[in-house]
Design a protein around this ligand. Structure first.
Ligand code: AMP
Length: 380
């Protein structure tokens, strides 16, 4: 299959080629024609599968033939669980929209930043990517009207439910016209998603992409056995010794994130922390800098572990293990994506060894622990 056989126009094909998307990913092969035919779609797929482009491209194509929206009446609504994912998804819309003959305005709205600039920018917006709380605030202030929405996308619906957004989502659904196209993406198809599916989707095209196992094969996993108090020096040793220029480090608390970041910076390794106590502005800035390769280390709690797409991220380090094996897979899944290999390194203290065994069992993969007690870490 090639992109040109999927029903997309030449201006979109041109920018797809410029992005070096040589051929469609499996999810794109199936979702693009279905969405162009205005069918409902249920996609079971992870980040990394190419799911964003699988809805962005056909939605932009359909927007080419639509009349302009009435002021503040949105035509396409994309709901996402996190602010970062909202920004990232709107960026993909804007990237592909930039070369289209008919201008299509897409923007992201999310909480944690002042509402006024978002209200002003909404003028003329056709495609809105939103987190639920901020969207409801904007509706309440008449800054946006959802009564003419033609397409609804729920991205990472399982995550939205896990984060407790069900009531807000239901409130939003009640503001939408009954007759519309629905597209739902979820990493898993649990019972909560199934009940959602029955309410929302009409004869959906079901697309199931098992991305995780193949992605995991792309990732080289290494684990170091290290005393808790030697983790900091070992981290700095590895970053320097392996000449890491772009590394995402996961920790389990905000406090540790700040502490490690300070230590790295003192030791001449430029880094920034990303966690929920940082202002949204600071989080965006750190992520943008990191994505552009202008920040060597991003130290993050699990808010950054899902949905964040950083192209060709070469290294992920688990400074501490996450509680759930699922989160471990999501964390290391930030590397080894889109057909490019990556390295995931875990620092395992003696009291984490047992938990690491559980994670390996769940993952179905064994990782040898490398001993570090003989490693000289003075000066790091
Ligand atoms: P997503 O699953 O939407 O987060 O996409 C994962 C990554 O794959 C992103 O960096 C995309 O830019 C990239 N990507 C999506 N589709 C393709 C494609 N057909 N060819 C190459 N890269 C792609």
């Amino acid at each position: 299959m090639s992109f040109s056989s999927l029903g997309l126009s030449s201006s979109l094909l041109k920018i797809i080629a410029e992005q070096n998307y040589n051929k469609p990913y499996p999810i794109q092969n199936e979702a693009i024609p279905a969405i162009l035919q205005r069918k409902d779609v249920l996609g079971i797929a992870q980040t990394g599968s190419g799911k964003t482009a699988s809805f962005v491209l056909p939605i932009l194509e359909l927007a080419q033939n639509k009349t302009l929206s009435r002021n503040r009446h949105i035509k396409t609504l994309v709901l996402v669980p996190t602010r970062e994912l909202a920004i990232q998804t709107a960026d993909v819309f804007q990237l592909f929209a930039s070369s289209l003959p008919k201008k299509v305005k897409a923007m992201a709205v999310y909480g944690g930043v002042s509402i006024n600039p978002q209200m002003m920018k909404l003028q003329g917006t056709e495609i809105l990517v939103a987190t639920t709380g901020r969207l409801l605030d904007l509706v309440a202030s008449n800054a946006v009207n959802l009564s003419e929405v033609e397409t609804l996308v729920l991205d990472e619906a399982d995550k939205m439910l896990n984060l407790g957004f069900k009531d807000e989502m239901t409130q939003i659904f009640n503001l939408l016209p009954k007759n519309r196209q629905n597209i739902l993406f979820s990493a898993t198809l649990g019972s909560d998603i199934s009940s959602f599916r029955d309410v929302l989707l009409h004869n959906p095209v079901l697309i199931e992409i098992k991305a995780e196992s193949s992605d995991i094969e792309l990732i080289t996993q290494t684990a170091y056995h290290v005393e808790a108090e030697r983790k900091g020096p070992l981290l700095r040793y590895l970053i320097k010794h392996l000449n890491m220029t772009q590394v995402l480090v996961f920790v389990s608390s905000k406090h540790t994130a700040d502490h490690i970041t300070d230590k790295l910076n003192i030791n001449g390794i430029e880094s920034a922390a990303m966690h929920s106590l940082k202002s949204q502005g600071a989080r965006n800035e750190a992520l943008q800098k990191f994505k552009k390769g202008k920040l060597r280390v991003l130290v993050a709690t699990d808010i950054a572990s899902r949905g964040i797409d950083i192209q060709f991220l070469p290294y992920v380090i688990n400074y501490e293990l996450p509680r759930s094996p699922k989160d471990y897979i999501h964390r290391i899944g930030r590397t080894g994506r889109a057909d490019s290999p990556g390295d995931a390194i875990s620092l395992i203290s003696p009291d984490e060894v047992h938990h690491f065994v559980v994670i390996q069992k769940k993952m179905g993969k064994r990782i040898t622990l490398i001993q570090t007690n003989k490693l000289e870490l003075k000066g790091y």
